[in-house]
Design a protein around this ligand. Sequence first.
Ligand code: C2O
Length: 544
Amino acid sequence: MQNVDRRNLLLGLGGLYGAANMTNIGSAVAYPITAPDDISDCVAATDGVQDPDNAVRGVACCPPPSTSAPKNYVLPEFTELRIRPAAHRLTPEYVAKYKAAIAAMKALPDTHPHSWKQQGKIHCAYCNGAYSQVMNGHPELKLQVHNSSLFFPFHRWYLYFYERILGKLINDPTFGLPYWNWDNPTGMMLPAMFEEPGPNGNPRTNPLFDAFRDVSHLPPAIIDLNNRDDNAGANCVDQIAANLSTVYSQMVTNSPTTSDFFGTNPDPKVTPKVGSIESGAHTAVHIWVGNPRMPNREDLGNFYSAGYDPAFYVHHSNVDRMWQIWRDINPYKNLDPSDDDWLNASYVFYDENEELVRVYNRDCVDIHKMGYDFENSRLPWLQSRPTPRVKASNIAAKSIGVVKKVEEIKFPLKLDETVKVLVKRPETKRSEDAKKKATEMLFLNGIKYNGEVFFKLDVLVDDVDDGVETTPASSEFAGTFSMVPHNHGGDKMLMTSGAAFGITQILEDIEAEDDEYVLVTLVPRAGAEDASVSEIKIQLVPTA
Ligand code: C2O
């Protein structure tokens, strides 16, 4: 009976949840993801580790034991905001301070909750199945913070404590964790401080150095935010343009609503969908930095090992900044999730005083209340809307009879090779007013893929040549679904997700607004041997 559904007991007592929920109980039982009170209820994490025997970082991811249960965390008072600076613009003094903090962290004994090793393990525990959902009444389900709306808040809290720990180690409560400004051309390289030589000219004496990075992607290589393995020869002007358009698509076109940006709550009753940044630029940076010659693409290329590279936190500092910017660029429409399951989801961390604390999503939605902000940086991607390769191609109409329509296809549809399909639009020739009220979205639901390998799928709309020439700078490139290796739980390797792509602007730009059908091309780029999709459709989604 230990595993009896705690929530039902609480509901029965009329406790935690308000009357609004009670009236609706049949259809909406609360399901806030809750990390276990008892952190020793943790097992070695192997999910998504393709080669556990060769897992150089080890899969024993459980935190040091605690003698007490976590206390609910209260955001402390502060006198000065911590400002997170752009990593490529740091002064030498700031770099020195940051290096000193990491060096101090690395000097702690491995068993210390603030040590480099324990901080790295946090990611492995929450991302590779070390905890179960026992607090949700589902001990058989693993707790996973990716591929869902927990992605932004979990990492925000993770970095919050990491930053405070670093500040404490150097006795500077104003220390702000730098962000890797990969959305700005001047920040599109791995920040130099990570690779510069240490005290005696040896890179290994630099505390920011990590032996497990892709050596072909060290500075001055320009990052590829779309992981196109076929564009190694791309010139830097094209690469920068493609990166800016990639960020534009993920922050604007493919994020018109809350669930498009955040993904859905992990709840067995909810159709899973991942947020645009998580499955896009976020994954790309992980894969780009991780070493492809390592058995599990350590460090950044696998969730179990990502937290061992200091660059991980600087990358996620920018991911966290993307959340803030998404809200700021459209403050009346771009809103955080407001449902109770999301607000009440919680995680457990050791704070900078080595106290075990429980933190809730609802307390991390205001970075100023959390005591930090980001140094400003230009947002050139806001002016980087992709441009059409071909206008008014009429390709969908020309494909009728050659390419199957969605209703003629047997689902699930395998994605082990490029597939084309015609998808009918709910309406054509939409008025400006109608476009303002609802966005036209292409949905891929029930994407199944092997969570143990890097998986990437490109999605093209009305493309004339199957993606051979089409880059993220082209309107026809609707977006990408890609995942860092990990596992969602259960005993199968197959993970399920979903994605949505905004096509209102695309159809305007390529002059296809009168077309009855859209030609959708799905191009698997990596890890797609077992991949399939169970539904493809276009729907009008009301905007807030
Ligand atoms: Cu928890 Cu970038 O991942």
